[in-house]
Design a protein around this ligand. Structure first.
Ligand SMILES: NC(=O)c1ccc[n+]([C@@H]2O[C@H](COP(=O)([O-])OP(=O)(O)OC[C@H]3O[C@@H](n4cnc5c(N)ncnc54)[C@H](O)[C@@H]3O)[C@@H](O)[C@H]2O)c1
Length: 379
């Protein structure tokens, strides 16, 4: 077994939503060891949390700049190799840029930055550094999502003509209808979240899922947002028409006010020969649809699955794969890249996905603002 990769964590404290997913996922395949962190903006909280989860406190730093400064003083074989950025969105860019420029690998939460310009700056720095950058579009790590990608690549659907991706949540209802509360969450604050709430937070996942699964690019979009209240500047619901390569059309529907919905991400892709349907809340079932034959259900771990899909399962069929496994698969792919081992491009989303994601978010805002017009994405 090679030595564990030394992992640093930024954000993701005990008060956070996503921290636990990254911590557990990083341990699942025995590749990483958490050696340093800034879990929270206040060092007392960071240290208390480190103690709670039994991470040594000698490399819990008071802030991000101190982490970089102090780590660079350590010999290379002791220094943090890769940092996971799990903070609110506005911190992704400055943190990722400094890490990249100082030779650290990065695992970054989405949306990658708050603007397309920042994303491109990051991309340039990354090209120069040649380090590993993984963007955690978590859902691409599911074995059945990977299977969908591989089946489409093999031509199982024939020529694709229609794509329908949906990401519905209802959690913001509790906040948006209360004037005080809607001023208090960072996801509704453009300074912290960027120019979009719904599309930036979850629409980007659906956008990435469409491009990941089909292997095609979205070329242009037309978007209609909903805001519900005049004092709310951030979209909390949106419908996006998409045009892809070669007469492929479709829709991305995203909402944070879809009452009663929890984490309802799903995708349906239809081609001349068949359709594929997958839903995040039921991730172990991939449906192959046909106009003439009975529906087939693909499940994880069976030998009939692709190599990419099988690389993401650890137990025989019948042991359900969940969100922790899915994120663990992204960490596994990043570990291979960090160690200079061979890996499949489908094992983790990259900087390119991050730039495209920000291009998409900005295009949706522009499209809505200009009166629901078509906006081209960059090639
Ligand atoms: N991949 C996914 O499916 C997924 C799901 C949820 C959230 N996210 C992304 O993860 C990121 C975090 O989201 P969340 O819901 O966990 O947010 P959160 O508000 O629950 O947690 C943010 C954490 O960052 C810490 N933090 C804030 N400022 C900091 C600083 N200056 N230095 C160090 N730590 C700091 C906070 O103390 C907190 O622990 C966001 O970018 C979000 O879009 C991704």
């Amino acid at each position: 077994m090679p030595k564990k990769i030394r992992l640093g964590i930024l954000g993701g404290g005990g008060d956070s939503l996503i921290g636990v997913l990254h911590r557990v996922a990083s341990q699942i395949n025995d590749n990483y060891e958490i050696v340093g962190a800034v879990f929270n903006p206040h060092i007392k909280d960071s240290i208390a949390f480190a103690e709670e989860i039994d991470v040594p406190t000698d490399r819990i730093y008071k802030d991000f700049d101190t982490l970089v400064e102090e780590e660079l003083k350590l010999p290379e074989d002791e220094r943090i190799q890769v940092c996971s950025i799990l903070t609110p969105n506005f911190l992704h860019f400055p943190m990722a840029l400094k890490l990249i420029e100082n030779g650290f690998h990065v695992i970054c939460e989405k949306p990658m930055t708050t603007t397309l310009e920042e994303a491109k700056t990051l991309q340039k720095a990354h090209e120069k550094a040649g380090t590993v950058f993984a963007l955690t579009h978590t859902y691409t790590g599911y074995p059945m999502v990977r299977q969908m990608r591989e089946m489409i690549k093999e031509g199982v659907l024939g020529k694709i003509h229609k794509v329908d991706a949906v990401y519905y949540q209802g959690w913001i209802n509790e906040i948006i209808h209360d004037e005080e509360k809607r001023k208090s969450v960072w996801r509704l604050d453009p300074e912290k979240a960027g120019i979009s709430s719904c599309m930036g937070d979850i629409g980007t996942h659906a956008f990435n899922m469409v491009e990941y699964a089909t292997g095609l690019n979205i070329n242009s979009i037309l978007c209609d947002f909903n805001y519900l209240y005049k004092d709310n500047k951030m979209d909390i619901d949106g419908t996006v028409l998409i045009r892809m390569d070669d007469h492929v059309k479709g829709v991305i529907r995203a909402s944070q006010v879809a009452t009663g919905e929890e984490n309802a991400l799903g995708i349906s892709i239809y081609g001349q020969k068949g359709g594929l349907r997958w839903k995040q809340e039921d991730p172990n079932f991939l449906y192959l649809l046909s106009d003439t034959d009975p529906t087939q259900i693909y499940k994880p771990g069976h030998a009939y699955n692709s190599e990419l899909s099988l690389a993401g399962t650890k137990l025989p069929p019948g042991h359900p794969e969940g969100i922790f496994d899915s994120m663990a698969n992204i960490y596994l792919g990043a570990a291979k890249a960090i160690r200079g081992e061979e890996y499949d491009q489908g094992e983790f989303p990259t900087m390119v996905d991050g730039v495209r994601g920000m291009n998409f978010v900005e295009a949706t805002v522009e499209s809505h603002k200009e009166g629901n017009v078509w906006v081209e994405l960059e090639k």
